[in-house]
Structure formats: C-alpha cells, structure tokens
Design a protein around this ligand. Structure first.
Ligand code: AHR
Length: 319
C-alpha cells in the first residue's frame, strides 16, 4: 500500500467517524418546470446548494405535467437515490408514487407546494404558509382602499395547485369583512407572465376598458408583470388607476414597484433547498426526524420599502 493510499484511507475513516457521510449522497429533484422567475431562481439555488454540500443532484424538469413528475420519481427510485425533492405541480394524485418511495425507504421532501396525501408518505415539507400569504395581500389591499368601493380582478395560479387554492382562500378570508371589496373576475393565468397578460386583457375588455377595475390580485409576480403590460397597453396606469398586489418578491416586480407600476408583493423565498438539505443531512447522519412542516417567512413589501434597493439586492440571487 502506498503512502497516498494510506492517507486516503485515513481521511475516509476520519470522515466516517465524524458522521459527515452526506458527501456524495445522490438526490433526485423533480421540478415543476420554469413557469416563473421565482421557479427559475428555486432551480438555480437548489443546484448551488447541492454543489456547496457535495450532493449529486439528478434534475428532472416536468414541464408542468404531473405524469412527468411521477415518471421521474419512479426513475429516481429505480436508481436507488438517497432522497427525493419534489415540487408538486398539483396537490392531488401522489399517494401511489409516494407509497413506492416509502417502500423503497427513500425519504421525500416536498418543496414550496403541498400535497393532499397522508403526511407519513413524506419526510418533511419546506414552504411558506400559503393561506397566510393570501391574507397578507388581502389585508394590505383592505387597508389601502379603506371605505372606497373596490372591484377586484384575480389572476389565479395553476388550477389544482396548493398555492392557487390557498392564496385564494387567504385573500378571501382577509376581505370577507370588507363588503366594499368584491372580486368581480377570477381566472387562472397558470403562474405565467404570458397568460397573466392575456387574461388581464380579457378582464380589461369586460370591465369597461379597465375603468371599472380598482385592483388586481395576482397569485404570483410573473402574472402581475404580464398584467401590468396589459394595463399600460389599455391606456391606464398600473399602480394608481389599478392597484397591483401579488406574491413572490421577484426582481422584476420590485422594478415595477420602483417605477410606481405595482404596489405590494409578499415575499416567498426561492431558497427552499437550504432547509431541505439541512433536514436531509441530519436525517442521513443519525436518523433525526425533522418536523413535518418547515415554514419559511412571508414578508410584505410595498413602495415604501426601497423597491429600487430591493431590486439591486435580489437580481443576482439566482433570478
Ligand atoms: O409554488 C410557488 C409558486 O410557484 C410561486 O409563487 C410561483 O411563482 C411559482 O410558479
């Protein structure tokens, strides 16, 4: 045995003794797609986090299709990965594949969206309180509008996804005691900028060229950015003629706020992978079981919160 081999063996033993065996673990990541700036940032940060921790990441882009996610998870199970990260496009339909992962003893961590399955089918879920996000947006609007009559249009996220369901519920909770605030139109924009613009154009047309709309609530910033463009093309001023409140906190929305064209956003961190890998590393090391839900913060930003500075601060952070 050469000195080099001896040193290598000693180093391996030292690593084993400290329990730092997370080095070289393989994690399969079933990502939804790239529908929004927020989603792209989450993908970038997950790759960065894996690299920094020496985790081999197997990445699969489902292009918004649940069947692609299920196929990816089955392929990760067949490969015998050490864990699976799943950002589930919709909330239902996961029981069988999660059961298969459980039987293969592969821990699954949910990222940013929830599933309707029993919670013993996954190790933990990292995400924000999605109902609370909608409540924060609704409370902000109710405070801003005061006693004025306000006809609201709503751009919903992907139909059947937990953020679309919960952000709607939260917003409705917040405005229910304000009869002067009414949601007059509500339709999905599938969390994309293009559909946000298209659906907003139809709202504007149906609402007297937009003159009857007081506010837009969009379930994400990308749809809001698309809608802002539609409002401008209709000859109205987003941010004043039509108030704009949305969720995510992506750089483009801060830029719109700095220009006075958007009013508020509720931040959702794209760094879901950090807490997810922390939980997995503890689990791999000594079987530590994380809480079933690891909650990230939801902070409201308005035009008063230095949107130009926030734009500068965020634009390099994976977006
Ligand atoms: O699940 C989180 C949501 O998904 C983000 O708010 C949105 O931008 C993304 O597409």
């Amino acid at each position: 045995m050469t000195i080099k081999t001896l040193l290598g063996t000693a180093a391996l033993l030292a690593v084993t003794a400290t329990g730092a065996l997370a080095e070289g673990e393989t994690v399969g990541f079933s990502q939804i797609g790239s529908e929004s700036g927020w989603r792209a940032a989450e993908t970038t940060l997950t790759r960065q986090q894996a690299e920094e921790r020496g985790i081999q990441l197997q990445f699969s882009d489902a292009q918004q299709k649940q069947e692609n996610q299920i196929a990816a998870i089955r392929s990760f199970i067949a490969q015998g990965v050490d864990a699976i990260l799943l950002a589930p496009v919709v909330a239902t339909g996961w029981d069988s594949v999660l059961q298969e992962a459980k039987e293969a003893e592969i821990p699954v961590v949910l990222l940013d969206r929830q599933v309707d399955s029993a919670d013993d089918l996954y190790l933990t879920a990292v995400g924000s309180n999605l109902v609370h996000e909608g409540e924060v947006a609704g409370e902000w609007l109710a405070g801003e509008v005061g006693d004025r009559e306000c006809r609201i249009v709503e751009l919903q996220g992907t139909t059947g996804s937990s953020p679309a369901i919960d952000r709607k519920t939260g917003f409705e909770n917040a405005i229910k005691d304000h009869p002067n605030l009414t949601i007059v139109r509500s339709q999905t924009g599938d969390f994309t900028r293009a559909l946000g613009k298209e659906v907003m154009e139809s709202f504007l047309q149906a609402e007297n060229g937009g003159k009857d709309i007081c506010a837009l609530y969009a379930h994400n910033d990308d749809m809001a950015v698309g809608a802002i463009q539609a409002i401008k093309e209709a000859g109205l001023k987003p941010g004043s003629d039509i108030l704009v409140v949305s969720i995510d906190g992506v750089p483009d929305l801060f830029q719109a706020m700095a220009a006075g064209e958007a009013n508020a956003t509720v931040e959702l961190t794209p760094n879901m992978a950090g807490p997810a890998f922390d939980a997995l590393e503890a689990y791999w090391k000594d079987g530590t079981t994380p809480p079933k839900f690891i909650q990230t913060e939801s902070k409201l930003y308005t035009q008063a919160d230095d949107p130009a500075g926030e734009y500068e601060r965020r634009k390099g952070l994976g977006y």
